[in-house]
Ligand binder design. Structure first.
Ligand code: SF4
Length: 324
């Protein structure tokens, strides 16, 4: 692994204005991302996992500067891109792409697949003639497991899995080095999920891509991620290699996420840890450790008062828990 991350966020915060707190009392603050520092290394897939509303999709967009951070810094290949205008970011856009959960909503229903992929090629000057455009579109479709003749069809003529392949082809069209895959399989049937995960894994090996792979289920990213970051209410609470996360999770939240998901190996008999209560509102996060109202081992007087910092507990393994 090279020393310099391909993408990095540092002490990143993103707040949104919440609902009004009443006459003359201003607005509540919703902290979607609350002081996250994270690297994605060249050629790796970093899994980013947490329940819905934990801020993982916002963090993915901040990595790409599709949203502006409230504070903190964003780097791409060592360059600080935090303050760059959208015009100044344009030359970098082809290097950084996103794959959405629902490709259908991001595909124009009146555009053929060829037109949708050609649009991306033309924006970045990657096809000079109609024949070059057609050849590139055909090659992209084959690369994602579709057939060249599919380029004449419209999005509604494809299944969900095929549409996600088109979304992946469109991201690949501009030859990116870093891709944020934002819950790319969450809307698909389980059998199709594995095919898409395998496709992304093959593409990574073939093209040397780096991925931030966002999912709400730890098992989805298990076989593709070199490292996994677990998020809870805007913060990273555990960051480790895949082996460490799946074989020896140390944060009670990670343990609960693992035990909540269906066991892929029925003989593993992982001890079940059931989460109590709902995810607290980010408009009114708990004091101290944000996980303490749901944590089965919370210590009164400590966990409800002091925010645990993310700290190294063994080589390559960081945990934000007073008792880990
Ligand atoms: Fe649980 Fe306390 Fe650790 Fe938070 S700091 S996860 S409440 S034990």
């Amino acid at each position: 692994m090279s020393e310099q991350p391909i993408a990095r966020v540092e002490s990143l915060r993103k707040s949104f204005r919440g609902p009004s707190q009443g006459f003359g009392r201003g607005y509540a603050e919703l902290r979607a991302v609350d002081g996250v520092t994270l690297d994605v290394m060249p050629g790796e897939t970093l899994g980013l996992v947490g329940e819905s509303g934990c801020g993982k999709s916002t963090l993915g967009r901040l990595f790409l500067r599709l949203q502006d951070p409230t504070s903190g810094r964003v780097f791409f290949e060592g360059k600080d891109i935090t303050g760059l205008s959208q015009a100044a970011l344009r030359p970098l856009r082809s290097n950084m792409q996103i794959i959405f959960q629902d490709p259908y909503s991001s595909l124009n229903p009146r555009m053929t697949v060829r037109a949708a992929l050609a649009e991306a090629l033309h924006v970045h000057g990657l096809a000079e003639s109609a024949s070059e455009e057609r050849d590139r579109v055909a090659a992209l479709l084959q690369r994602v497991g579709l057939r060249p003749e599919h380029m004449r069809r419209y999005p509604h003529e494809f299944s969900g899995g095929q549409r996600q392949r088109i979304g992946i082809a469109r991201a690949l069209a501009v030859e990116p080095r870093f891709i944020v895959a934002d819950e790319p399989v969450s809307a698909l049937d389980v059998s199709i999920q594995a095919q898409i995960v395998n496709l992304l894994s093959d593409l990574q090996a073939e093209l040397g891509l780096s991925f931030l792979f966002i999912a709400h289920d730890l098992h989805v990213v298990e076989h593709v991620s070199r490292r996994v970051a677990v998020m809870y209410l805007g913060r990273v609470v555990e960051l480790a290699s895949s082996e460490q996360i799946y074989e020896n999770p140390r944060h009670p939240y990670t343990k609960a996420l693992l035990s909540a998901a269906p066991e892929p190996d029925p003989k593993a008999h992982r001890k079940r840890l059931i989460l109590q209560g709902d995810v607290p509102s980010p408009l009114d996060p708990p004091t101290g450790c944000a996980f303490h109202p749901r944590c089965p081992i919370a210590e009164k007087g400590l966990c409800d008062r002091e925010v645990p910092a993310l700290r190294v507990i063994e080589a390559g393994h960081e945990v934000a828990c007073h008792l880990a």
